[in-house]
Design a binder for this molecule. Structure first.
Ligand code: PAF
Length: 281
């Protein structure tokens, strides 16, 4: 495995692979790798001949009061893990490399980015789409792999790929979980032992909501009851919603034949945890 901070080194490597007729997959990350990221690389390997992983803590997707400064950046460990799991090239540019001057153009998606995580993280998805669009243009992969855990991000990237005609096939990788159901996240390291013990309640409640409304129960009642139980366990509510998979619009009742997402974001202490279940599976 090689690692480069430079766009030139990245382009050279990818061009050589493509000239040799090899298919290239991209796994974009912000580092602090965990088993979920490593699974993305494995899925990328299954879809392509060469795997590029980007490691870049993108400042434009963090709000002024978010955890940009304290976001974990264990680069040596990340490089060792990336190599171990079969990454061919790590692209870990500096902020100055990706954003050498003021950025005047932005991407926003009407309607799909202003609720769920978008409501409490204004501007977050503009930053995500900005950097993913840049990474797609820089790497020009055949395939890009993203995790289901960030489902709103995935749907927005899917929309960008379709509307901007990126010739890239997206792969949505299932969320990797701890044995007790907690979705793996780089932010789980912020949890105290007590918070960590409570955290699996998120996935339990999502499954309960899905089972209740799948069996004909009221969406609003099921959500209200789940939120009340989570509040009783010490969670601070951001959202718990059931939305349509395509539009991401909240639904009052589930429609036969349509795909839905039960999505949640809650705070435990200062740590914001997200998770979701797509149903029917
Ligand atoms: O999901 C992430 O880690 C980030 O949002 C991404 C896609 C790497 C863009 O910075």
């Amino acid at each position: 495995m090689t690692a480069t901070r430079e766009v030139g080194g990245l382009r050279l490597a990818v061009r050589a692979w493509k000239q040799a007729g090899l298919r290239v997959a991209l796994v974009p990350t912000m580092g602090a790798l965990h088993a979920g990221h490593l699974d993305l690389v494995r899925q990328a390997r299954a879809q392509a001949d060469r795997v590029v992983m980007s490691i870049f803590v993108n400042p434009t997707q963090f709000g002024p009061n978010e955890d940009l400064a304290r976001y974990p950046r264990p680069l040596e460990r990340d490089l060792a893990l990336a190599a171990e799991v079969g990454t061919d090239l790590v692209f870990n540019p500096t902020v100055e490399t990706l954003y050498p001057g003021p950025t005047r153009l932005g991407i926003s998606i009407a309607g799909m980015a202003d609720h769920l995580c978008g409501a409490s993280r204004p501007g977050h998805f503009n930053g995500v789409l900005q950097v993913v669009n840049k990474l797609f243009n820089l790497v020009q992969p055949d395939v890009a792999v993203f995790g289901q855990k960030d489902i709103q991000q995935y749907r927005l990237i899917e929309t960008m790929v379709a509307e901007f005609d990126h010739p890239i096939r997206l792969v949505r990788a299932a969320t990797v979980r701890e044995p007790d159901g907690l979705a793996l996240s780089s932010r789980n390291v912020y949890l105290s032992a007590e918070e960590r013990a409570k955290a699996p309640a998120l996935f339990r409640e999502l499954n309960r909501v899905v089972a209740e409304i799948g069996g004909g129960g009221s969406v609003s009642r099921s959500i209200a009851e789940a939120k009340a139980r989570l509040a009783g366990d010490g969670f601070k509510d951001d959202y718990l919603e059931v939305v349509d998979y395509d539009s991401l619009a909240p639904v009052a009742q589930v429609a036969a034949g349509a795909t839905h997402i039960a999505a949640v974001a809650q705070y435990l202490g200062t740590t914001r945890l997200i998770d979701n279940v797509i149903f029917p599976p």
